[in-house]
Design a protein around this ligand. Sequence first.
Ligand code: AMP
Ligand code: MG
Length: 408
Amino acid sequence: MKPLTQAQAEILAAVPRLGTDEVPVAEALYRVIAEPAVAAGPVPPFPNSAMDGYAVRSADLTSVPVTLPVNEDVAAGSVPTMDVTPGTVTRIMTGAPMPGGADAVVPVEETESIDRSTVTIRASVGEGTHVRPAGGDVAPGDIVVDAGVRLTARHVAALGGAGITPVVSKVPTVALMSTGDEVVEPDTADLAPGMIRDTNRVLLRGMLTDLGVPFVDLGIIGDDTQELRAAYVHASEVGDIIVSTGGVSMGDFDFVKAILADTGSVDFWRVAMQPGKPFAFGNVSGTPLFGLPGNPVSTFVSFEQFVRPAILSMMGAAKLFRPRIAGVMGEDVQTNDEKEVFLRVLLAEDSNGSFVAVRSGGQGSNILSALAAAEAFAVVPVGVGSLSAGDPVTLEMFTWTENRGIDG
Ligand code: AMP
Ligand code: MG
């Protein structure tokens, strides 16, 4: 069996790195930025007020309360027409440019204005108080987002604030298909004898959508030589990578191998992982092919361990793998010491704040209910074979979205 990390390394070495595009910030979400985004100018672009209040010369407030004349009002979006000269102030709104001469802002709460032409200030302020200096967020030449980051909403906001049009990687289009004579569309109401509903394509479509990657869904392909060959060739034409499920277990090897013999190459691997041991990797006319096992949980684990990192690598991402955190096993469990085992687990927090993992249900590679309920993998390395309640365990966080209600 091939060690998992070796299989991952071979795949990452084999997939191409895609080219780049310049895209508007509004279209950059989930793209991987290809070059460091360097700020041309300062953010904020000008010194401005952090509060609604009065722009002052702090030296005028050594003795308070003090009543001073108001020069003018400056709102966000307008510019001051007068400097703040000694013994005067300017009424200013949050985000409005600081007038020349002023070095601080007194919040409106610290003042009293009987008529609009004067104000009584009750508190003194130090120089710079409530002033946001030009470049206080980003200075010219600063790197706003470094190369290799997959852009989230927060990143695109930071790029937008700095006026940067990012250079991002192209995104691969994934051609996907399920294979198997027994597989029918998932919304089939009455299953004919021996038929099962296709769970793998909706699973793959969902995971690709989460990744921000487009796909072409080629549907369900029967276990027929001509049909399969045509589907793989078509997939190689419409996709930058091909992801299929099924047909990679021992009995099917020769079949698919023969199909792909004249159009590409495919290697069948037995990867030391569970679920997901049978796996095929190769290419059809140069288009990388990921042949995932047919069992849905194996499909999920294989996608997570091979396809997702490969797609991120093609896009030039610096970080390819899910976050891993330290946790504690909450129950005794026997695994397989020859394989890296990905238990599907639910997490609870103990009184020390540690995450305690218990299996979310049956661990068979067909048990989708337990996968659906799970929050993480508990990763049990090769050579371990069993864990006891209280043992440390590594958790791989494949999903960690909402996990608290209004009660905390
Ligand atoms: P295979 O890899 O084709 O030998 O399939 C392994 C197991 O996964 C068999 O029990 C198949 O019926 C099942 N299977 C294959 N494809 C799918 C699919 N798209 N959805 C759900 N189960 C599948
Ligand atoms: Mg099959």
